[in-house]
Design a protein around this ligand. Structure first.
Ligand SMILES: *Cc1c(COP(=O)(O)O)cnc(C)c1O
Length: 225
């Protein structure tokens, strides 16, 4: 557990101002999450609803839980009452369900649009043109009074090719700026760019990330699925 504390403290010390750290605790033993909590960390990310709900129940109430994985519509209801941010809104039907459940819970939920960047087919997210088409529809914001769209999230291709990763992050940053100018001008809260994982977060920060999501770098290898 000493290791977790050391890793976390080192990362936080080197983190530029304005960049937040989401500690990705998925498939990590509870003791490791507790160790991070004990040194004062409060932002944790999970990608499986069941695991997220369980941890929310057993860990202290001042943790900010972030959903970073693909979210099925029929599971939205389990996390909406407590979730701090959903990074993985990848279609408008999902957003409608989040809005509906948030209204019932009397909440406004912070969300990010997930952008599909990586070359891998398996990853989720909007293609930039598809998202722009949705946002171009008149009055779309009126559909989502209980969601505050805060920005974009993406995962780069899993590769050693640093210039490919950099170009992917750059493209999402340009998209973010274009959307901000075009559809969110005057919305000061549209200000988050969630990009960067253990192997590519330094590049992500150079390319304008405001939120990095680190798992193995803090906690070590995950337990098998
Ligand atoms: C697992 C996961 C991470 C963390 O990955 P590491 O390589 O362990 O840092 C970040 N983002 C998403 C969406 C993930 O699913």
């Amino acid at each position: 557990m000493e290791r977790v504390k050391q890793n976390l403290e080192k990362i936080l010390k080197e983190l530029p101002e304005g960049v937040k750290l989401v500690a990705v605790s998925k498939r990590q033993p509870d003791e490791k999450l507790q160790a991070a909590y004990d040194v004062g960390h409060r932002i944790f990310g999970e990608n499986i609803v069941q695991e997220l709900v369980r941890k929310h129940e057993i860990f202290p109430g001042d943790i900010e839980w972030h959903m970073i994985g693909h979210l099925q519509r029929n599971k939205v209801k389990y996390i909406v009452p407590f979730i701090s941010m959903i990074h993985s809104v990848d279609d408008f039907e999902l957003a409608k369900e989040i809005n509906k459940r948030a209204a019932r819970a009397g909440r406004v939920v912070d969300c990010l649009f997930e952008i599909h960047t990586a070359k891998e087919e398996s990853k989720f997210g909007f293609k930039p043109d598809a998202l722009k088409e949705e946002l171009g529809k008149n009055d779309w914001k009126k559909l989502f009074p209980n969601i505050r769209f805060r920005g974009l999230m993406t995962m780069a291709t899993n590769t050693d090719d640093k210039s490919l990763i950099r170009n992917e992050f750059k493209a999402v940053r340009y998209l973010f700026e274009e959307l901000k100018r075009t559809y969110f001008s005057g919305d000061d809260y549209f200000d988050e760019l969630s990009m960067g994982m253990s192997h590519d977060y330094k590049i992500a920060i150079e390319e304008g990330s405001t939120m990095i999501r680190l798992g193995t770098m803090i906690f070590g290898e995950r337990l098998p699925k």
